[in-house]
Design a protein around this ligand. Sequence first.
Ligand code: PXG
Length: 479
Amino acid sequence: MSYRTEEVAYVQPAQPAASAQATQQKRSTAEYRALDAAHHIHPFSDMGSLNRSGSRVIVKAQGVYLWDSDDNKIIDGMAGLWCVNVGYGRKELADAAYRQMQELPFYNTFFKTTHPPVIELSALLAELAPEPFNHFFYCNSGSEGNDTVLRIVHQYWATQGKHSKKFVISRKNGYHGSTIAGGTLGGMGYMHEQMPSKVENIVHIDQPYFFGEAEGNLTPEEFALARAQQLEAKILEIGADNVAAFIGEPFQGAGGVIFPASTYWPEIQRICRKYDILLVADEVIGGFGRTGEWFAHQHFGFEPDLITLAKGLTSGYVPMGAVGLHDRVAKAIIENGDFNHGLTYSGHPVAAAVAVANLKLLRDDKIVERVKTDTGPYFQKKLRDTFANHPIIGEISGAGLVAGLQLAEDPKARKRFANGGEVGTICRDFCFNGNLIMRATGDRMLLSPPLVINKLEIDEIVAKAKYAIDATAQQLGIS
Ligand code: PXG
């Protein structure tokens, strides 16, 4: 079966200015592929098979669109890798980097020094984050952010004289990065298998994945409550005096855009408070407007002690991560001597200048507000209307501009495909051939477009997704 893009009904949005499409492309696709295969090892890839098929070479981007080296125009339903919140081609960010590179391309923040960009960024984050978050530590990625979280958590309990609090509880099918600590915190089995020596004292509880894991007649709210109560059981098993922290993504991103029911996070917070355990929200995907709130924990209505930030902090234009500390944690870290942690590029001036420009755009252009009141509700409704009663869509999760579409053999009975991963790959390939970037995690199809997307572009994404999902159902012989 062929995938014909001309059959997708959508209105073509305005094209970006020709100058914005100028590219530095210098080689043919075949040359790029040959050199890539000869010298580049890609993340999370089977390189043998990738080198045989060849990568898609992306050469330029504008707004919510990418162009490949064969000049195909592709709509980016994933904002790069959940990060290009302000969209591609924002001159404000490029100018900020250029200016900062000329003025002070690098200086460190060790040894009693600081610089204006990191000062401005910290003050701005304190303004944008919920009230108790007034202090920020910087790194280069979400993974390093979660490594930093572990350092802060252990330092915090040392300052409280509670040296036995060493265990950190995380969740199966959570994602917290790919450094050794990040990978151990995460609950992706394949990453654990690959790395025999892990960070000690990290244990996992089950995820709040209703569609895939709820048994019997539990409602989503009852199921979410039961999954949250696994935290209490685990704390009692280990002993509250031995537990330092619980970490979770407010909604699981890489794990399939798993949105817990409203009962989940208040119960997690209650348990953390009851047993004096720090609550860490990994906001690497959820932060900076994705759900229509500045931070996803605000969407779910809970108050963490630490937040991990990356991705949307700079909209991915340059690498940067950070950890936000609640006042009560910050106070303990600040008033108790050395905190022995830092990276050469902690608070890098160029990254900080870009982050400031990015956050000002999100705030002053009211991009986050628009996701909450306009484009987010439109996107969610459009998806739900389009896929209501679809023969292979079992659930649509999400809020704002993030969504997970569950592929299912029998949606009403919550019966998943026995070969779900293969079905997801079939669907992903239909998207790919139709010039839509949509991510497959097993049998869930994920969308997380740039936050500047307009309604016509949302229509285009949903129409292309519908075409790919219909084609998948047809290939499976389901109608
Ligand atoms: N926490 C969360 C919640 C993430 O989603 C990280 C930490 C690690 O960030 P860095 O910057 O170290 O990658 C992430 C990253 C995917 C995918 O396929 C998701 C991520 C990274 C790569 C791929 O969905 N999230």
